[in-house]
Design a binder for this molecule. Structure first.
Ligand SMILES: NC(=O)c1ccc[n+]([C@@H]2O[C@H](COP(=O)([O-])OP(=O)(O)OC[C@H]3O[C@@H](n4cnc5c(N)ncnc54)[C@H](O)[C@@H]3O)[C@@H](O)[C@H]2O)c1
Length: 353
């Protein structure tokens, strides 16, 4: 598995987050060095879960954590001195919860836009060879039933500040791409799920509520259909993206941006898969769609399939089964143990400086 001849230095932002944790884990397994940045914020879920994720790396000397705020320009500049040359930056840090973006819009501007500006500056001044950054299906705004979204769809009608911040990221990346003529790739994720997922995401909430004998709320009165993407399929392709050859030399064109979207499934069918995996029935409440939310997304990921060998072949049944197993066998215990040992876990405290 390890290919030490090609050992690279990665900077992964949001490394204690859901996607960042999985990407970092895979990079370490491949023998690379990872400098992770994460402020471990408590914005929309318990940072104990972030600590638990970082705990997995505590014995790896190839993982170095930097607990800094990416919106702090001086702190990001200092990374340049502290880390030296970086081969590839994978920027995943952000405020990711769509629904709270109208409640705390300034946080989204700071953490999603100012932070990205700092990353772009770091990238342009560093000898790093490639920048991959997380965008989102939220750039597309509301879809109509049956719309299959391709990357070239006009996207100037976001329905959340979160979506607006991701559109801003793509436009900023384009300006740096055309000016500095260095490879940048944007990835529009569609509803990523799997073990270690964010507690504010739909499958996590449902499993947690069913486990705790609480009713689940089906938005839009149950009429919801999305492209759901399993985390391993995302990570496989992100790793391929780091090695894919940048063939574009006309920097006046748009930098590559790809949809990463998995199987297109009705939420009701996902609930059935959850009930089967948990061997327990859900109590359902059908409620209206909250403002700023979307009920329908359908990704066309053929560009990523063609250029990056994206292969989202994990079925929703298998993906949900894996997630439920993780929740029942690991999550409940991880969190309880961490709560108990919060102030005695010195290995972890040393890792998060
Ligand atoms: N998970 C999904 O379904 C999904 C869908 C579309 C797009 N995305 C995007 O993918 C990326 C990763 O998402 P995720 O699900 O892993 O989210 P996450 O919230 O689990 O991870 C993001 C991490 O960024 C860190 N962070 C936020 N602001 C920071 C700052 N100013 N300085 C340092 N660290 C900071 C947080 O502490 C968090 O651990 C995000 O950019 C998100 O917008 C995710």
């Amino acid at each position: 598995m390890k290919d030490l001849k090609n050992k690279k230095i990665f900077l992964v932002t949001g490394s204690a987050g859901f996607v960042g944790y999985h990407v970092t884990k895979r990079l370490l397994e491949l023998g690379h060095i990872v400098h992770g940045i994460d402020l471990m914020t408590a914005s929309y879920y318990d940072p104990l879960l972030k600590e638990a994720r970082l705990n997995v790396f505590k014995n790896s000397s190839n993982y170095i954590h930097h607990k800094i705020d990416l919106a702090n320009t001086a702190a990001v500049k200092k990374i340049q001195t502290d880390v030296g040359n970086i081969d590839i930056i994978i920027h995943l840090a952000a405020q990711g919860c769509v629904l709270r973006s109208f409640e705390f819009p300034h946080e989204y501007v700071q953490d999603n836009i100012v932070s990205f500006q700092n990353i772009l500056e770091l990238y342009s001044s560093n000898k790093s060879k490639k920048l991959i950054y997380a965008s989102s299906s939220s750039v597309y705004g509301q879809s109509k039933e049956g719309d299959i979204i391709k990357e070239d769809k006009k996207n100037d009608l976001p329905v959340s500040i979160y979506g607006a911040s991701k559109i801003a990221n793509e436009v900023m990346a384009q300006a740096y791409y055309s000016y500095y003529k260095k490879p940048i790739t944007g990835i529009r994720f569609f509803k990523v799920y799997g073990p270690w997922a964010r507690p504010d995401t739909v499958f996590f909430k449902f499993v947690d509520q069913i486990y705790n004998n609480k009713p689940i709320k089906l938005h839009n009165f149950g009429k919801i259909k999305h492209s759901f993407t399993y985390i391993d399929d995302v990570v496989d392709c992100l790793i391929k993206t780091t090695t894919s050859i940048e063939t574009r030399n006309d920097f006046s064109l748009r930098h590559p941006i790809y949809n990463f979207g998995g199987p297109h499934v009705l939420l009701e069918d996902c609930v059935k898969a959850i009930e089967k995996a948990m061997n327990k029935k859900a109590r359902k409440e059908h409620v209206a769609l909250p403002d700023g939310d979307r009920w329908y997304t359908f990704a066309d990921s053929s560009l990523a399939e063609r250029d990056l060998e994206f292969n989202p072949n994990t079925s929703i049944t298998m993906g949900i089964k894996n997630f439920v197993e993780w929740y029942l066998t690991d999550y409940v215990h991880i969190i309880n143990n961490l709560k108990k040992s919060k102030y005695s876990n010195s290995a972890l405290k040393n890792k998060i400086k």
